[in-house]
Design a protein around this ligand. Structure first.
Ligand SMILES: [Zn+2]
Length: 277
């Protein structure tokens, strides 16, 4: 399948002006800073660059590089948190259920003790009391009732959860996700097969005029998944990993194997030397 997409105009992300790392129950989280303000974050023009930055974090995790945490903080400060809370539940309106059914995904396993809705939300809002969470759920339910399920009611709900000042994401969840994407790209590059489960991602696109697909996303993770799939399923794949320095990059020339001329030269010297032996 080949995704040629354009960006949906109503895909709007938000982020906070500043983030901090807080340790809660021996887990590092990224939260908005105390006085941080929420602001619009428009990534439509540079969504591929954002993906490259995320893959570069994945490379850091994969090779155990130092200061991956700094890289993650830099990424979140620029583009906001990923919005994982919306990703794992099968039901988009998960807060209407008592027990949540989650997608099978290794990223969430270690956080799950119970799958009742309050415990699930607490993974991302560990500073709140159960009563505060119950109040938020009630408010979300009322928003649905008052507005039915419109874009507007969804936005109000997101402001209560994923864009709330109390919402945080474990650093490890972000690094695992970035590593997974990087590993997928290595596999695709080495095997040159596209055995990705594309069907999971089709929902992110909406057909326009029966031909062009419009990418609609309401979380940064949605956007990254969709752009990744669209890049790796392209007829001519330009998203690559440099064969010398392992950095992810977008190739201007589709045949390129190295991200910079310097890497190409070094790789040639290396090849030459190994032939001499
Ligand atoms: Zn390179």
């Amino acid at each position: 399948m080949n995704f040629n997409y354009s960006m949906g105009e109503d895909s709007q992300l938000y982020k906070y002006s500043e983030y901090i790392i807080k340790e809660i129950e021996e887990r590092k989280y990224i939260f908005p800073a105390d006085n941080a303000q929420i602001q619009e974050c428009n990534i439509n023009e540079k969504v591929t660059d954002v993906l490259i930055e995320l893959l570069d974090i994945g490379k850091g995790v994969y090779f155990n590089e130092t200061d991956v945490e700094g890289q993650v903080m830099n990424f979140v400060s620029k583009y906001g948190l990923l919005g994982f809370i919306n990703y794992f539940p099968i039901n988009e309106l998960y807060f209407l259920d008592k027990e949540i059914v989650l997608k099978q995904d290794k990223m969430i396993d270690e956080y799950l003790i119970k799958t009742d809705v309050v415990s699930y939300i607490r993974i991302f809002m560990p500073n709140l009391l159960n009563q505060d969470i119950a109040d938020k759920i009630l408010m979300a339910k009322e928003n649905i009732k008052a507005n039915r399920i419109t874009e507007n009611s969804k936005m109000l709900i997101n402001m209560n959860f994923m864009y709330s000042h109390d919402y945080g994401e474990p650093v490890e969840m972000i690094t695992k996700y970035a590593k997974q994407l990087y590993e997928d790209l290595i596999k695709i590059q080495n095997e040159d097969t596209n055995d990705l489960n594309v069907k999971d991602f089709v929902a992110l696109f909406e057909s326009k005029n029966g031909k062009e697909l419009v990418l609609k996303y309401e979380t940064l993770k949605n956007a990254m998944d969709a752009v990744f799939v669209s890049e790796v399923t392209a007829e001519v794949r330009k998203l690559k990993i440099c064969r010398y320095c392992d950095k992810p990059f977008i190739a201007v020339n589709p045949k390129a194997e190295y991200d910079t001329p310097a890497c190409k030269n070094k790789a040639n010297v290396y090849k030459f030397r190994s032939k001499e032996k």
